[in-house]
Ligand binder design. Structure first.
Ligand code: SAH
Length: 260
């Protein structure tokens, strides 16, 4: 891992400032200039900056302005951290920034973070992969202003019947439910959970089925910054685990647990 890159893209995690990685925290503490996604990154993390470090909220800035801050700082020999919510690789718009830095000959590295899907699973205290139920997790979104390729339209994803984590979609609950049912595998009884502001002090969760979740979410007042989890794995919350995992089975031996 190139820790000394001029620009570090850092995953801030989902909200709780203790959910940044140690490596991310150290990068933040060393930084001279930080550009952070003000809409979702917990500002408590900025308290980690050394005195004299500059912090810029990227929310009102366009790509060129963000790049200008970065390039000027790098030219002055300063350490730059670009702080993204969750993990930078998921809906982080980092590729275009990295491409621009490549063109400018500026070196960079990425420090991963805890993405909202995993923070939401933690809030729910729910495993996303259960033997005999689902061994696949899809991270996706419904089409909004950003188009989604035809092959990944939500109804086609829903046809997998896997565990699905939907980002950027809670404001379109009715369409989400319609598309999920149109896949032909989920039914009105399929369980759904919606977690808003996972890991923040005011986190909220709503649980239901495809039949009633849209109404429950509307009643809850959750409008944004929420993750939708769909799939039969959530049934285990009520019905228990249908099949125990092989990993800890008394009769299943592997490299780290050999038959004695
Ligand atoms: N890079 C981020 C995602 C950015 S897109 C990540 O890895 O998590 C923004 C979307 O992420 C929001 O619309 C919401 O769906 C989700 N999100 C971000 N933080 C969240 C949180 N604390 N709880 C629930 N959903 C969250």
């Amino acid at each position: 891992m190139k820790n000394e890159a001029s620009v570090l893209f850092v995953g801030a995690g989902p909200g709780d400032p203790e959910l940044i990685t140690l490596k991310g925290l150290k990068a933040l503490q060393r930084a001279d200039v930080v550009v952070y996604a003000g809409s979702l990154v917990n500002r408590a993390l900025l308290e980690e900056l050394k005195s004299g470090a500059e912090a810029y909220d990227s929310a009102p800035l366009n790509l060129d302005q963000v790049l200008q801050i970065m390039t000027e700082a790098v030219a002055a020999g300063r350490h730059v951290v670009r702080l993204h919510t969750g993990d930078p690789s998921v809906y982080g718009a980092i590729q275009e920034q990295m491409e621009a830095l490549d063109a400018l000959g500026i070196d960079y590295a990425v420090i991963p973070g805890v993405t909202a899907a995993f923070a939401s699973a933690a809030t729910l205290r729910q495993e996303l992969t259960l033997p005999g139920v689902s061994q696949t997790v899809v991270l996706t979104r419904i089409e909004g202003r950003t188009p989604v390729p035809e092959k990944e339209q939500l109804r086609r994803i829903a046809a997998l019947g896997a565990t699905v984590c939907l980002y950027l979609s809670v404001s379109m609950m009715d369409e989400v439910v319609e598309e999920l049912l149109a896949g032909g595998v989920y039914t009105p009884n399929t369980p759904v959970a919606v977690v808003s502001k996972a890991s923040w002090p005011d986190e909220q969760m709503v649980e239901g089925t495809l039949a009633d979740i849209a109404e429950k979410v509307a009643d809850s007042g959750i409008r944004r910054q929420a993750l939708i989890l769909v799939g039969e794995v959530l049934s285990a919350r009520k019905d228990g685990v249908p099949e125990k995992s092989k990993l800890y089975d008394r009769d299943f031996f592997h490299g780290f647990r050999v038959k004695s």
